[in-house]
Design a protein around this ligand. Sequence first.
Ligand SMILES: [Zn+2]
Length: 432
Amino acid sequence: MQRRAFLGSPLLAPALFARLGEAISNLDLISTHEHLFSEEERYASQPDFFVLADHYALNDLVSAGLPAGDLVPLRDRRLPAVQRWRLFEPWWRHARFTGYGQALRIAVRDIYGISDVNAGNIERLNAAIAAANRPGLYRDILKRRMKLRYGVLDDYWRGEPVRPDPEYFRLARKFDWFCTPANPAALKRMEEVTSVSITSLDGLVRALERRFQQSLDAGLTAVKSTIAYQRELLFADPSKHEASAAFDALARGGNTSRRQLEDYMFRQVLRLTEAHNLPFQIHTGIQAGNANVIANTRPLLVANLLRDYPRVRFDLFHAGWPWPNEVMAMAKMFPNAYADFCWTHILSPASARQALDEMIGAVPSNKILGFGGDYRHVELTCAHSVIARDNIARVLAARVEAKEMTEDEALALARAFLHDNPASLFEPAPRA
Ligand SMILES: [Zn+2]
């Protein structure tokens, strides 16, 4: 009962919470998942407040009722900021307290010193964002404020694999598009980027292998999949003959089911992931955006893959929200399953706390990955890390107060979640 009261109003033991929170806020961080631009891309892109809001807060404004037709003027940089604010504000009012809204407010407050954006200060805020948008911003935010060792980067907007700046990043790449070709033109595109002729299923597999090698050459650290944005996460184990038949129909331009081809190719990606001893980062749980099939993303749908590929370490993203219990069950049962709280602290801060608290009591602590920012802009990733550290501190302080662990043990857990566990996942000792 005592702990519940503590979580409800976090300051039953303010000295303990302050001490632990301070210690946790100083821990080095490895982010399991980012979409951050390279520094050059960032400075060239010249974001303003509305660009920051576009990832992901605007999703909640749309959900609140912001008309689709208002998105165009809202994103139109030629219009005065105050005019765009008038479209934004009526819906922002309803989205300020969501995790996305909190992250945006913390970013604007901590980095730009504005505690409450409004029509009177929006121009000043945009001027401050523009003034800070120059070399030094990444070092200041990612290193000095956020204490980031590195983030695992999914630069999905980039066609070709490119080695990212090792000061900040490690490379994750997706191969989903080799699993879900929709038409002969998609095969043609794969031929262009790999220089491999694709006239059969074997050709498609060879092209995938070539793409995998190109990504390894650029420093591939993790394989990533967001295939749950396109289809259900249940993968059968079709024969090569069945997959070939589906390929041939596709290559002829037929409109038959491609499911067996997709399932077969997804397993080819897992085969390569295993061969190169890389972690496999898979999106589970709700998708970003405002109109997708949430039921496709249920974490338990991938449980058969955990059995079929026991040597592949599955990094189960987003704690499977809104089904963190499914990720918890898999991380408890399978040695090769990890529960990853990337994105989770802003999807629902309270759910993240609840899930972390439950997992501490159910899952070995080396299976829990505490943070991934999942943003394009450094201000927001930094703000997300503030929420994540606060969440972790609140959960652990309650356990210390309940005398389930010492303060030192709590701090060691926080260090494992935020640094040591991702380090051992992404920097494994060579396999015997
Ligand atoms: Zn992401």
